[in-house]
Design a protein around this ligand. Structure first.
Ligand code: ZN
Length: 336
């Protein structure tokens, strides 16, 4: 059953030992780079803990009981999943304790306190744990301190250093290693990212053990576009009309399908935001002002949200690039 989660046998054994000793913790924080299978592992662990036909200490879900079938379909009523909503930067208070008008009657903290529907416990998986605000983390703390009986809460983040201390101090941290090259190359083939073993091996060697990175690297054009974008941003002289034309051509080259173009636009927004975040760290290290970069990252996230709401592609593209150019101009004015 664990074949679906490759490359993390040591962690499987660690959990088997924990369960055999009856020492399952309530809160786990999984950390490791993006795209190495932490989410798949958490889902598989939830499935194993909830299987009604096998001994949970063995961590071998039967795959046939109602619980296993629902878990495999992503429909298990006792598995609660949350992640950042599309286009938002942080996990929101509402996702934990419900909207203002239904405080403590909805949200993860409420849902996990309910009696399990099928099995002996409820399992919550909180994706994007790098993106708590102090407020949203606060909402979760009471649940972490006084968890409902049997509940298991799994947080997924990229590194320990990106977590709030209030969360770390209440979690058991489990480190996930990047995937070994041979495992990654077989995953690349299975996922159809490339179509032959030699190309898969070459791609795996450049992907730092991450399937996500492999997917992105496989699209060289996307990478080049991001670099062109980054170079213009860093030069401080963003040529908005020209860049908009280039990006428009690039997005349209994704094909006739609106979905394919939208997907490519989204990937570019994502990569540009990630690149800007990188330069943010650099600016902070050098003690230089970062307002323009912060505003630009926000604008990328906003554009992603607008894209999800089916905004017109060319209008959105132009206003996005214009706004980034404006961010630069304002920063220059402020610096004078
Ligand atoms: Zn089962």
């Amino acid at each position: 059953m664990w074949q679906s989660v490759q490359g993390h046998d040591a962690v499987v054994e660690q959990f088997r030992g924990t369960l055999a000793a009856g020492r399952l913790a309530t809160t786990y924080l999984f950390v490791g780079p993006e795209g190495i299978g932490k989410r798949a592992f958490a889902l598989q662990l939830a499935k194993a803990l909830l299987c009604t036909a096998s001994d949970p200490t063995q961590l071998e879900p039967c795959g046939r009981c109602e619980s296993c079938v629902l878990a495999a379909a992503g429909n298990h009523p006792d598995v609660l999943l949350i992640k950042r909503q599309a286009g938002t930067k942080f996990l929101k208070v509402e996702q934990f304790i419900g909207p203002q008008e239904r405080r403590n009657q909805e949200g993860l903290c409420h849902d996990i306190s309910l009696r399990p529907m099928l099995g002996r416990r409820r399992v919550a998986i909180i994706d994007d744990a790098d993106w708590f605000t102090p407020e949203s983390a606060n909402c979760l703390l009471k649940t972490l301190e006084e968890p409902p009986p049997g509940a298991v809460i799994i947080l997924l983040g990229t590194s320990r250093s990106r977590q709030l201390l209030t969360i770390i101090s209440r979690s058991q941290v489990i480190r996930f290693q990047p995937l070994p090259d041979d495992v990654l190359s077989s995953l690349i083939l299975t996922a159809g990212i490339v179509d032959n073993a030699a190309a898969a091996e070459e791609l795996a060697a450049r992907s730092h053990g991450s399937l996500t990175l492999a997917r992105q690297l496989a699209d060289a054009a996307l990478w080049q576009m991001r670099d062109r974008f980054a170079a213009q941003w860093l030069s401080g002289e963003l040529d908005a009309p020209r860049l908009a034309r280039e990006v428009d051509e690039f997005i349209n080259a994704a094909g006739k399908e609106a979905d394919a173009r939208r997907q490519r636009f989204r990937q570019l927004l994502n990569l540009v935001a990630a690149k800007l975040s990188e330069s943010l760290r650099q600016l902070a290290a050098e003690g230089r002002p970062a307002d323009a970069t912060l505003a630009a990252i926000d604008r990328c996230l906003e554009a992603e949200e607008q894209l999800d709401r089916n905004a017109n592609q060319s209008t959105l593209l132009e206003s996005w690039i214009d706004d980034l150019a404006t961010c630069q101009v304002q920063a220059k004015v402020a610096a004078r």
